[in-house]
Ligand binder design. Sequence first.
Ligand code: 13P
Length: 323
Amino acid sequence: MPLCTLKQALEEARKGHYALGAFNVNNMEQIQGIIAAAAETKSPVIIQASRGALKYTELNYLKHMILAAVELHPEIPVVLHLDHGDSLETAKTAILLGFTSVMIDASSKPYEENVRITKEVVEYAHAFGVSVEAELGTLGGIEEDVSGVVKLTDPKQATEFVAATGVDALAVAIGTSHGAYKFKSTPVLAIDLVETISKATEKPLVMHGSSSVPQEILADINKYGGKMPDAQGVPIPAIQNAIERGVCKVNVDTDSRMAMTATIRKIFTEQPGVFDPREYLGPAREATKQLVMSKMRDFGTAGHAGDYVPISLEEAKKTYYGL
Ligand code: 13P
């Protein structure tokens, strides 16, 4: 099976009223855990890499590890996606590397500039059959070098933005933020905005900052020497509510980082004699798999891997963009 485009995967999800998890990766064990979860639950999946991940893995390591996952699991539609690309140059790097989807995030720039940069990336990417996600509005929190103060997406501007740029998916700001400290008290999200924007734009919407910071994982991290006081994420029912209203891609990074960390901390504390990386990275990989499987069930993705056959980038160029 060829890698899948984001456009195809999200259109299928929109039709089927479910969402795909988009899981960030930086190393082999995360990739293995995610693809194993997808295989076991029969879920299509988005594997995504940030600029930081590309740098950390020197581009080629990441590419070949993900291609290995695809080769071993031809029954799973896999979208290879660039998370938070900041420029046309970054998007070009990802596309030339073989990514089937890129995000251009110019949401911190003035509206007109966001439109201009996004359009530029859309023109370049679509010529390869590659899908584009863009962002309007601003998320709070900090993730690597992406930071911001919350500014909710305006539905009218979203409609204009989608028409002006031709993007395939739109990331909306509804009050979530990146990282493990999303809310100081009870989580408040503008879920109604999702429905309004989904109806107005008729595009699959993307929810960033969607980790739930599972309390049992957090408790293990703190119990085994970690220090993550007052961490809080987005409750799963809120995500499910957003999915019902038009979210088709749910970004998760923090939770899988936490799952690995909790496992490794526990092993180091309970078995101080362990020094073979396989003895802690193996269980960390299994923890990633379990976490991702629960997300695939929660987001309604489980069971949908066999619904369609991914089309190639060449076919996507013709089918979607008339090129
Ligand atoms: P979390 O920090 O909530 O996992 O969000 C990740 C994300 O949105 C990546 O783009």
